[in-house]
Design a protein. Sequence first.
Length: 456
Amino acid sequence: MAHETAHTALARTVADLLPQARTELAELVGFASVADETQFPKSECEAAASWIADALRTEGFTEVETLETPDGTQSVYGLLPGPAGAPTVLLYAHYDVQPPLDEEAWLSPPFTLTERDGRWYGRGAADCKGGLIMHLLALRALRANGGVPVTVKVIVEGSEEQATSGLEEYAQAHPELLRADTIVIGDSGNFRAGLPTVTSVLRGMTVLRLKVDTLAGNLHSGQFGGAAPDALAALIRTLGSLHADDGSSTVDGLDADTVWDGLQYDEKQFRADAKVLDGVELVGGGTVADRIWARPSVTVLGIDCPPIVGATPSVQATAAALVSLRVPPGIDATEATERLADHLRAHVPWGARAEIERQGQGQPFRADTGSPAYTAMASAMREAYDGVEMAVAGQGGSIPLCNTLAALYPDAEILLTGLSEPQAQIHAVNESVSPQELERMSVAEALFLQRLAARS
């Protein structure tokens, strides 16, 4: 009965705070905080970091720092002391976002939070500015109902989407800063809306830029085409070697047959979640869960070549592509990077010159789902979701900091939660967050922190 009373009080408080949370999320989404100065001004990221630092001070954090990380970006740190002897919990989110892609495809401006059909739309609404708001809501609910029972550290990263390792390197150089008994990474999400979920594995990632050169300069395709080696054609052939006929990723030397033995992803549901067009086949073999959580996958992120508009009848002298490889647990990301680079070099045709540049890398992660913290979270989620049992799922995405934290603090319990359920469409156009999921996940986190304090 005591837990039910605590749940009711926390839930009522979070519900009352939701309009304020929407206002704050709108302010945060308003910053075009893409951590790439070639696309958006650095001042947008700096303004977002300043907003977060001010928010933490307002919440009573006694130590708030804007960390200048080695990759030239800023992360925001805060400390909120708890009762003597209480455990320390680190709450993580990131404020940098993916670029909006095709802004004309958005039904509302990407950096303006817009309510539509019961969801809040905007770049970063779920990934992961909403994650920070979730943490703040949980702490506010606790403060309004007897106080925050644990010592809280908050770290909000400024370059997670770029995988440039700024916060990872900073944490390694300052190992005491983020030390905690329990770490909650608020950058994952539920398997589907209404099903509370913790993530047990993350695939790592490596990104390479491949540049192919064949000629000293472009040539007239009528005068030289047919004998002169076309760099764009060479690039296309090289990229084609990365997938088998069924679409399976094929990087020489990487195992692509691992199976997933946990929660399965229904193929019909996946097609709906991914919005696969009628008549178009899924790629790869094995179950959907095998393909997205347990096996490597290659994606060509972009190609530098002449656009159709303004194209001339020329044999191209140079072409380039950005290639991403997702790496499941059991494969070292550094080794995978070398395998991918070797594969690309080996498959460039006609003796064309290949130049490969590493753009970013992060190791895969596997959580200990048998730890006491997971038991506490399962109980908290069950209450917050009115009796629905917690699911344990994988995630194909990457959060490079997880492995750094696991190595620095091997005794810490690390949990991955968040707001990025399938309807959120993170990284795509029309990203959104469900306010109902924000509300329930905030209640779950507050209940979880109470249980950690009681356990200690």
